[in-house]
Design a protein around this ligand. Sequence first.
Ligand code: IMP
Length: 219
Amino acid sequence: MATSSPCIVIGDEDQGYDLDLFCVPKHYASDLERVYIPHGLILDRTERLAREIMKDMGGHHVVALCVLKGGYKFFADLLGYMEALNGNSESCSVPMTVEFIRLVSYCDDQSTGEIKVIRGDDLPALTGKHVLIVEDIVDTGKAMKTLLELLKLHNPQIVKVASLLVKRTPRSVGYRPDFVGFEVPDKFVVGYGLDYNEYFRDLKHICVISETGREKYKS
Ligand code: IMP
């Protein structure tokens, strides 16, 4: 497995927190088991990732490519922190532009194995650029491998990947992003942009879904 900067590792034995200790929308109360990563911790870790990324990539114009839909919250918060660093630096700051792509690979909590690119018409804008791909979660790594191969066709100068989560799974193809927020056990997680059949994106904490939730929202 390729190396990447260190991240927060959530152990297999880590149970997270009782839902009643946090503000969880009532409409999801019975659909979740535990709060796994509270929103505040996500933001604190994202702020630090922004610093690492600027240190590594901040010498040039950065094109940030958001992988939709799951990556939209992480993307917005990460870029907000990167913008703050740009705004507060006396010595240097770099322009950042944004692009979006949509990948679909999941149905219920299972990968279909087939990765569909729904919106890839902006990729020619990446030619010759320093590209930062921003993703919600790398599970098997198949989606990211497919996206990286697709990007290669457009000859970007540099491509780095920031993923909020990486799953520890035996199904991994061995791909590891350059910047990782948290490494999580092999469980299906939702919230903070991550969905189960489009539900739970409107949940600010990252949580483990319950059996009731799986049944209620299955396709
Ligand atoms: P991979 O190709 O197996 O790495 O899957 C990557 C994509 O699958 C992510 O961008 C997510 O959209 C989705 N995914 C994988 N695991 C989860 C999960 O635990 N919760 C929500 N979505 C997931």
